[in-house]
Design a protein around this ligand. Structure first.
Ligand code: NAD
Length: 357
């Protein structure tokens, strides 16, 4: 199979982690007999410096011409003071919009080897922690109209509107059912249907869509309870699907619990067209250029890419197993360091994963 990938290294540690993810992708392509056709483009601060904007048209074209896009991270102190309209982070929002990415998949997995980093009591994660939060990315209260701040009855009033159309709920529900099919086949839809009308419609559409996925078990939970259950008994969840606002909060909560920001990948998908894969962490300017970054979140994003954009399950599992093996062997980057383990840099970590593949 031909894998046409567009690499967007970005800023800070972006180029370092991307280089390692690239060599891992080459290794897995070679092992399984795929042809890798790679392109590379600028986004974020490097694009501001070279092109005057965080997302040049050339980059948009390169992304749309690829089968999948792998992104490092953007931003850094160098661009903190510039016009907010062209800040590096604008490039991220713009590329998601340009590519029509409405589904954000954020797995929060606690590797057994990194249990010590978890913020929860050991007995609470005895059965592991492997939750995939799927967040609707382009609708809901962040985009709903009307919105604004107005004068009313002699004081200011601020308001936003949480809006979901049936088609928006149905398409994110389908992504979630499909993702659950590739995992433990359990989907929990999170809403606030006891209070919000928009949530009642959400629930109705999710239940209706379930008819096409009878092999997946569907449950529903109110968002306040879900926030609580994630820290009380996270192993009860397989896949969670929810709207933009609730997903923003729950995906960060689920990821943070694992205690390992350098280990968490993500995927953003549209109806068709290329998906975008990236680590959830930022550009870590404090350690950029020092060979200290953990490339595993980006390497695991490559695994997500193979699984979701190419349906290459064995290839994805090969990467995940290689990462697990390197952790088993006791190698750690600074962010996941542990007494008794060998501290290594970004390049060595990438090289070890390649060897394990
Ligand atoms: P950050 O995620 O970059 O860093 C937070 C802390 O985690 C830092 O101490 C950093 O050294 C550490 N860290 C992050 N990733 C690591 C890795 N792979 N290996 C080892 N340590 C790692 O968040 P921040 O410091 O709040 O933001 C820095 C810059 O990144 C800002 O300009 C911010 O706007 C940007 N940012 C970008 C994205 C993105 O590109 N998706 C996301 C968040 C922040």
């Amino acid at each position: 199979m031909e894998l046409k990938i567009c690499f967007l290294p970005g800023d800070g540690i972006g180029p370092e982690i991307m280089e390692q993810a690239g060599t891992v992708l080459e290794a897995v392509a070679e092992k399984f007999g795929h042809t890798l056709t790679a392109s590379s483009a600028r986004i974020g601060g490097v694009a501001i410096d070279a092109d005057g904007v965080p997302l040049p048209q050339e980059t948009i074209d390169a992304c749309k011409a690829a089968d999948a896009v792998l992104l490092g991270a953007v931003g850094g102190p160098k661009w903190d003071e510039i016009d907010p309209a062209i800040r590096p982070e604008r490039g991220l929002l713009a590329i998601r919009k340009e590519m029509g990415l409405f589904a954000n998949l954020r797995p929060a997995q606690l590797f057994p080897q990194l249990k010590h980093a978890c913020f929860l009591r050991p007995d609470l994660v005895e059965n592991g922690l492997d939750v995939m939060v799927i967040r609707e990315l382009t609708g809901g209260i962040y985009f709903g109209e009307p919105k604004g701040i107005e004068e009313k009855d002699g004081e200011k009033m601020g308001y936003n509107t949480m809006v979901y159309y049936e088609h928006e709920v149905e398409r994110i529900a389908r992504v979630a059912f499909e993702a659950a099919r590739k995992r433990d086949k359990r989907l929990c839809s999170v809403d606030k249907a006891n209070v919000l009308d928009v949530s009642r419609l959400w629930r109705e559409v999710v239940i209706r869509t379930h008819a096409d996925y009878p092999d997946v078990e569907l449950t529903h939970m109110y968002v306040d309870n879900a926030a609580m259950q994630l820290v009380r008994n996270p192993s009860q969840f397989d896949v969670i699907v929810t709207g933009n606002l609730f997903g923003d909060i729950l995906s960060d909560e689920a990821g943070c619990i694992t205690g390992s920001i350098g280990m968490l990948p993500s995927a953003s998908l549209g109806t068709d067209g290329p998906g975008l894969y990236e680590p959830i962490h930022g550009s870590a300017p404090d350690i950029a250029g020092q060979d200290k970054a953990n490339p595993l979140a980006t390497i695991l994003s490559v695994a997500m890419m193979l699984r979701h954009s190419f349906n290459l399950t064995a290839e994805a599992e090969a990467i995940e197993a290689a990462v697990s093996k390197v952790l088993d062997q006791g190698y750690r980057t600074g962010d996941i360091r542990e007494e008794g383990c060998e501290l290594i840099g970004c390049q060595k970590m990438g090289q070890l994963v390649v060897e394990a593949i």
